[in-house]
Design a protein around this ligand. Structure first.
Ligand code: AMP
Ligand code: TRP
Length: 324
């Protein structure tokens, strides 16, 4: 199957990105044609610092590689290195009703958060995302829960294009994990863990053991002491159980049994140990890549030239279909 997905080089890549998305990519890479993108043009739709953007892009690339994504088997590249993404986004803008964009949940949330800086790019963000996906005739888009609506819109744009200009695009579908599609904030477990929130809400993949211990120890838990999964009544412990289950590959039922009669504190200590062990490769490899940034530049340049070939083929079809 053809797979495409991406992460924005903004903020710090966190446990939610890793558990809900990068882990899916790792499962998919051996049997599929996968493209993993660093979507820098999406990251600039909210205020950002141009001085550190390149460093952020390299950091995301280092995370992809450290997690175990193969740059030979998969195409790994930066969105802005393939200009066809903007060309297709413009063309798709002409068949996308403004109303569809205004009703997107993420647009509503982000425009409320950056109330003084709502640019047209923020509204058109899902059209650029549709272009990312459709350029590569993608069948499956592995993402977290919050991106499902955008993938559905991309499918609708593809369907509309095909109906108007003839069969051109494959209709994509989102792939979302059954558990862990939405990892919650450590301090407010009814809100999703987010890059743009305060550090104590979120575990970063490069966090030190001390930071991990402190953040998990102070994570919000619920009244009572029972280690039971119940997202409505016990959102805090349910989120921590989900994280444990994804890292340890044990079912939530098994974990509930294992921790019967134990208190939150013991469970949190065990979870912190598990996190420290699982994130160790990220901390170690980061400095390796920092010492030799040329490795990453080479991988991204190679990825961009492979991506560009596919993108150019699609654009020829699109221009022909649209009479351009
Ligand atoms: P972003 O961090 O916005 O670039 O998102 C990259 C990917 O991570 C997308 O597929 C999101 O759906 C996913 N994602 C972001 N935050 C979370 C979260 N808290 N839980 C699960 N998935 C998430
Ligand atoms: N909008 C996505 C996010 O914030 C990132 C993204 C951009 C993406 N283009 C994509 C994800 C294409 C999947 C496919 O998470």
């Amino acid at each position: 199957m053809k797979i495409f997905s991406g992460i924005q080089p903004s903020g710090e890549i966190h446990l939610g990105n890793y558990l809900a998305v990068i882990k899916q990519w790792l499962d998919l890479q051996s049997k599929n044609d996968c493209i993993f993108c660093i979507v820098d043009w999406h990251a600039i739709t909210v205020p950002y610092d141009p001085k550190i953007l390149q460093q952020k892009i390299k950091e995301v690339a280092a995370i992809y590689l450290t997690a175990g994504l193969s740059p030979k088997k998969n195409i790994i590249f930066t969105q802005s290195a393939v200009k066809e993404h903007t060309e297709l986004a413009w063309l798709l803008n002409t068949i996308t009703p403004i109303g569809d964009l205004q009703r997107m949940t993420q647009f509503k949330e982000k425009s409320a958060k950056h109330i003084k800086n709502v640019c047209a790019g923020l509204l058109n963000y899902p059209v650029l995302m549709a272009a990312d996906i459709l350029l590569y005739q993608t069948e499956v888009v592995p993402v977290g829960q919050d991106q499902k609506q955008h993938v559905e819109l991309a499918r609708e744009i593809a369907r509309r294009f095909n109906a108007r200009f003839g069969d051109t695009f494959t209709l994509p579908q989102a792939r979302i994990m059954k558990i862990g599609a939405k990892i919650m904030s450590l301090t407010e477990p009814t809100k999703k863990m987010s890059k743009s929130d305060k550090p104590e809400t979120c575990i970063g993949l490069f966090d030190t053991p001390e930071q991990i211990k402190k953040k998990i120890a102070s994570a919000t838990t619920d009244s009572g002491q029972e280690i039971k999964y119940n997202p409505n009544e016990k959102p805090g412990i349910s989120n921590l159980l989900t994280i444990h289950s994804l890292l340890s590959n044990k079912t939530i039922k098994d974990l509930e049994n294992e921790f019967t009669g134990q208190n939150y504190q013991t469970f949190k200590q065990k979870l912190a140990e598990l996190l420290i062990e699982n994130l160790e490769p990220f901390r170690n490899k980061k400095s390796e890549f920092e010492k030799n940034p040329a490795i990453i530049d080479k991988i991204l340049a190679n990825g961009a030239s492979r991506a560009e070939k596919i993108a150019q083929e699609t654009m020829e079809k699109v221009r022909l279909a649209m009479g351009l």
